[in-house]
Design a protein around this ligand. Structure first.
Ligand code: FAD
Ligand code: NAD
Length: 470
């Protein structure tokens, strides 16, 4: 039986990063991955690279350029008549995905990680059974095992996915034409990102959200502003909408919804179901090894991602915490380092969130509502991009930066942004909070001019009511 120091099950951003870090630290490492791409070729990278973060951002960028050409280029004195070639846009997306997934195979080679293609499961707490696509089986011994099996889209009984009329996020990333009428169930991260892609390309998009609040996880000021901006852009977001049934026909999909106490029937060309994801923890042999899952199927782990059984660890979307690629990767690095005898640390309080609409939405730390509910005395300062010279030069003045600091110590407790390049701006906030910065520290830090980052500086000044430009 082949023996490894570490076998990782799953080659997504949790698993492949853990495998590379372990190999860097001198561990004999294998990664078991069963993914097959659209050409039926084995591929690394998991959800994130194949059908998640990367392809969605490729389409978000392409559709952003199209919208700029269509709606905003003229303000810059540029006129053009843009046209869309969806096949080309999709081919570009797929090329980026292939380059990146092949890049990981290259990184595995460079770091001497063995990629074992096939389905992995625990034969025991110290061995992994792998079944290849052709049915051949092997069992490998492992001193340590990391489960990084990720997540899959959640299904709801009223709207069964057929990947034709009714699709999940994977289907919605692969449309070969712009649907004229697009329905989306769920105004979460995927609903907003993919709803934005197809709206920009010309679809009439209706988003049906069960909850009465919009983006309940975000700071209220951000969710209010984002709802206003995204609605103005043309997303028809219906809150408190209960989907009773969705029926796919030859030409359309009919959706029955309970809205404001009345029943309504809506018709779409395509319907995306984006109501969350669930951990992918079936068929892993967890019972064989005595590993517990919670009532929602997540593998139970402690703060170090240890399952409590032998040397079996679990990371990423298949364990508690936000389902984000960077969270999965940081857990992977930390577990690899712990196995190698180091004492790593992941700050779960400071995992940034980014939603890649335009303007983008990003936050880190606590919301004002959560802090107030916990009885904390805080001072919040906001700065609108309307007052930023750089944002005006770009023609991107929607949104603001909001910084929340402790009223007594001035320590920054949360930063919330809706605005251009919020995805990049939030990094400064995370670093500041990671170093325990006060709002005064940010206010005393010299920011380049003219930059969007100056809005962070001004928001820090605003916590003390001394913003200069607003
Ligand atoms: P995954 O990426 O799901 O990888 C798990 C891997 O394990 C898969 O490749 C699977 O084939 C393999 N596997 C599972 N079981 C077995 C087995 N038994 N044997 C062998 N292999 C197995 N997150 C962000 O941070 N930013 C974003 O912009 C973002 N955009 C997203 C957009 C979309 C449309 C979607 C769907 C998700 C997005 N996410 C984003 C979420 C992100 O993709 C996940 O949080 C991330 O991929 C989780 O990484 P992971 O390694 O835990 O799992
Ligand atoms: P989500 O949890 O972000 O949003 C799901 C939404 O659907 C929620 O608002 C929920 O209230 C609503 N909902 C649930 N059941 C419903 C029903 N029956 N009818 C109507 N609405 C319903 O989930 P998602 O958008 O599917 O994304 C899954 C996860 O993938 C995200 O939570 C995130 O972790 C990850 N992701 C991240 C990014 C990013 O970081 N930019 C992008 C895409 C996905």
């Amino acid at each position: 039986m082949d023996a490894y120091d570490l076998i990782v099950i799953g080659g997504g951003p949790g698993g492949y990063v853990a495998a590379i870090r372990a190999a860097q630290l001198g561990l004999k490492t294998a990664c078991v991955e069963r993914w097959r791409d659209d050409q039926d070729k084995p591929a690394l990278g998991g959800t994130c690279l194949n059908v998640g973060c990367i392809p969605s951002k490729a389409l978000l960028d392409s559709s952003h350029h199209f919208e700029f050409m269509q709606r905003h280029a003229a303000e810059h004195g540029i006129t053009a008549e843009p046209a869309i070639d969806i096949a080309k846009m999709q081919a570009r997306k797929q090329k980026i995905v292939s380059q990146l997934t092949q890049g990981i195979a290259g990184l595995f080679k460079k770091n001497k990680v063995t990629w074992i293609q096939g389905h992995g499961s625990l034969a025991a707490a110290d061995s992994v059974r792998v079944v290849a696509a052709d049915g051949t089986e092997q069992t490998l011994a492992a001193r340590h095992i990391i489960i990084a099996s990720g997540s899959v889209p959640m299904a709801i009984p009223p709207a069964p996915v057929d990947q034709d009329r009714i699709v999940d996020s994977t289907g919605a990333l692969a449309f070969d034409a712009v649907p004229q009428r697009l329905g989306v169930i769920g105004a979460g991260v995927i609903g907003l990102e993919l709803g934005s892609v197809w709206r920009r390309l010309g679809a009439e998009v209706t988003i049906l959200e069960a909850l009465p609040q919009f983006l309940a996880v975000a700071d209220e000021a951000v969710s209010k502003e984002a709802l206003k901006i995204l609605s103005r852009q043309g997303l028809d977001i219906r809150l408190g909408a209960k989907v009773v049934a969705a029926k796919a026909g030859k030409k359309a999909v009919t959706v029955e919804v309970e809205l404001d106490g009345a029943n309504e029937t809506l018709e779409f060309d395509k319907l995306i179901v984006a109501v969350g994801r669930r951990p992918n923890t079936g068929e892993l042999g967890l019972d064989t090894a005595g590993i517990a899952v919670d009532e929602r199927g997540f593998i139970a782990v402690d703060e170090h991602c240890h399952t409590g059984v032998g040397n079996v660890w679990a990371i990423g979307d298949c364990v508690r915490g936000p389902m984000l690629a960077h969270k999965a990767s940081e857990e992977g690095i930390a577990v690899a380092e712990r196995i190698a005898g180091q004492k790593p640390h992941v700050d779960f309080e400071l995992i940034p969130w980014v939603i890649y609409t335009w303007p983008e939405i990003a936050w880190a730390g606590h919301t004002e509502q959560a802090l107030t509910a916990a009885g904390r005395k805080v001072r919040a300062g906001s700065f609108p991009f309307m007052a930023s010279g750089r944002a005006r030069a770009m023609g991107d003045t929607d949104g603001f930066v909001k910084i929340i600091a402790d009223a007594d110590t001035d320590r920054v407790l949360g930063v919330h942004i809706v605005g251009p390049n919020a995805s990049e701006l939030i990094a400064e906030a995370v670093i500041a909070m990671e170093f325990g910065a006060s709002a005064e520290d940010i206010a005393r830090t010299v920011h380049g001019h003219p930059t969007l980052a100056e809005s962070m500086h001004e928001a820090a000044l605003a916590t003390d009511r001394r913003a200069i430009h607003f």
